[in-house]
Design a protein around this ligand. Sequence first.
Ligand code: URA
Ligand code: SF4
Length: 221
Amino acid sequence: MTAAEDRYDATPYLPGRGGLAALREAAAGCHGCPLHRAATQTVFGAGGTSARLLLVGEQPGDQEDRKGHPFVGPAGGVLNRALEEAGIDPDDTYVTNAVKHFKFTQSGPGKRRIHKAPDLREMRACRPWLAAELRLVDPDVVVALGATAGKALLGPSFRVTRDRGVALPLPPLDGHGDEEGEGVVVATLHPSAVLRADDEEQARAYAGLVADLRVAGRLLG
Ligand code: URA
Ligand code: SF4
């Protein structure tokens, strides 16, 4: 490992000024950690600054990496269905990920790309982008989808099973976040966990996701 890799950090790539468009453009050139090397492109958040609900996933998947947009693959299908069932219009949300590049291993004859969870250093390196998105969108409610998003927003002691489905205060992120501490976050399962669950568990997992999203929806009033 080189000395530069020792300090994974997106901060030097963040623009000093500008809105969401400037942020997205700058993120396209981020080399803040090694994940940009194997991935196709940065997958930045999608949605407008008027969104009152901001959802945070883990990292782009295979299809997101190819298309350049978050939650456009199978997990996105589950998420959009659950949002609608919870009475939330997906078009009124801002959707992003804790880590903006796809991390994967490639093996087998077809060289299928298999998702790998980002580690703590990559999450920490990428967090300035998430903090900047939070600052610019300034949502009323944040939803953490799964353990990675929960840890990125609430710290390493976060546990999905223990902390999901309730309104929690959103702490400031690296000083970039909501310094007045008015933010609120609701954590839930990652939609991919619904897809991974066996037949028996799947309906229950999905219902749990919808129920937690309803909690977030109620907080929007
Ligand atoms: N899973 C995520 O966490 N984010 C995406 O964008 C797609 C799948
Ligand atoms: Fe930058 Fe995040 Fe991509 Fe790492 S994962 S290169 S920090 S955008």
